[in-house]
Design a protein around this ligand. Sequence first.
Ligand code: HEC
Length: 254
Amino acid sequence: MILFKTRLASLVSVLLLNTAVWAQAVDETTGLIINDNVELVKTHCTVCHSAQNIIHQNGSRLTWLGLIRWMQDTQGLMTFDTDTENKILDYLETNYGPKTTNNYRRALLPPFLMPPNPYQTIATLQWQGLQANYQAGEILNLELAVNFQESYSKGQLDLWIAVHLPNTPDSDFQFLTGTATQPTFNPEPQAFLVALKASNDTYTLIKDFIVPPLPTGEYIFYALAVETGTNPLQESDRNRSNLITQPVYLNRAE
Ligand code: HEC
C-alpha cells in the first residue's frame, strides 16, 4: 500500500513536467532513427523485411523480446548472443518504445490504480510462490489463491494479471495472456482467465517460466478479479476483488 501511494505521488509529479519533443535524424537507406546500435539493427533486422516493420511498431522491451522470440520460433530468425540481443533491445526500446512515452499527454490513470472500491468485494486474492528476487535463467512459478465472497451471487469472475516494467511510464502495463506454461505479455488490456466459477481455488498463472535476460529492476505484479465481462480499466465502479501487488526484482547484483 505504501508502495502504491508513492507511485501515485510520482505519477502526479510526472504529470506536472513538460515533455520536450525532438526531431530525430533517420538513416537514409532504412529510415531507422540514428542512435546507438542502429548499425546492429540494420544488419540483423532488415534482411527478411524492410525496416518499415520496425518503424511502424511501438512496444516495451518485453513486447520487442516477444516479437524476436516469435520470429525465432516461427520465421527462422537466428538466435543472438545475450550481448547482441541486449543491444538490439536497447535500440528498439529507446527509439521505438511504448507510444505513451512520446505522447505529449500522458494516458489517464487506469481505474484499477484508483483508491479503494466502495462497491461490493467479490473475492479476496493472495499471491503464492512468487519470490522477491530472480536472476535470468531461474525458474518462476506463480499461483493465485482466490477466496470467493459467499454473498456474491452472480458467481463468475475474470482474473486480470498485469506487470509494470522498470523505467516505463506508470500507466504502462503488460497484461498476462496465453497459458500458464506458455505465458505471453501484451500491452493490450485483457483478462487472463475468464468466467471462473465461484469456488475457492488456487490458480496456476505462470508455470516453470525461465526468466529471460530482461533489464535489471523492479517488476510489479498486479492481480485483480472483476465481474465477468467487465473491463477494470474502463469501469472502476464495478464489483471486484481487492487489488494485490507484488514487486519482484530481476537481476539484483549479489
Ligand atoms: C529470418 C527472417 C527475419 C529476420 C532476420 C527478422 N525478421 Fe522480423 N519478421 C519476419 C517475418 C517473416 C515477419 C512476418 C511477415 C512480415 O511482416 O513481413 C516479420 C515481422 C516483423 C515485425 C512485424 C510484426 C507484426 O506484428 O506485424 C516486426 C516489428 C519485426 N519483424 C521486427 C524485426 C526485428 C526487430 C528484427 C531484428 C531483431 C527482425 N524483425 C528480423 C522475419 C524476420
